[in-house]
Design a protein around this ligand. Structure first.
Ligand SMILES: [Zn+2]
Length: 152
């Protein structure tokens, strides 16, 4: 079994503790880990679309659980139907229909109550994953050993 090193946990803690923008800090941290090829070592669960693959990845570093949703492209028709022009302009990666992924602090979301979750989308649809469910599914999982993914 590959253990997540204390160094990694300490690095993450420093990054998050020193930052004044928690949301940005966890987003950056996830990006660093991904760039370093370390995500699989800290993954505790995956949510997949049965047709196109990853929709969200849950990782745990030390005592903190993060969720990262994957970026996705909507078909021109669905994009038109489900989104508004101003959001398309401001929030997409291409100014139109390529929506970025987000990083969430799952413990913070869970503090908001049992109905708080995150949306995991792909071009086939959107599923809301409740934060309390993520914590329940992952509570005994050793990072790096995510087991069976949840399929949508
Ligand atoms: Zn899909």
């Amino acid at each position: 079994m590959i253990a997540v090193t204390d160094d990694l946990v300490q690095w993450f803690r420093d990054l998050v503790d020193k930052s004044e923008d928690h949301k940005q800090a966890i987003h950056d941290a996830y990006q660093h880990l991904e760039n370093a090829g370390l995500i699989s070592r800290v993954t505790v669960h995956r949510y997949l679309c049965g047709k196109c693959g990853p929709r969200a990845t849950i990782i745990r570093i030390g005592d903190r659980t993060l969720a990262r949703t994957k970026d996705y492209k909507l078909s021109p028709g669905l994009n038109e139907q489900r989104t508004v022009e101003s959001a398309r302009r401001r929030r997409t990666l291409d100014g139109n229909r390529h929506w970025p992924g987000h990083t969430y602090d799952v413990d913070d979301l869970a503090d908001g109550g049992p109905t708080v979750g995150l949306d995991a989308s792909c071009r086939h649809g959107t599923a809301t994953i409740l934060a309390v469910d993520i914590l329940e599914v992952t509570k005994n999982v050793v990072p790096g050993h995510p087991g069976k993914p949840t399929l949508f």
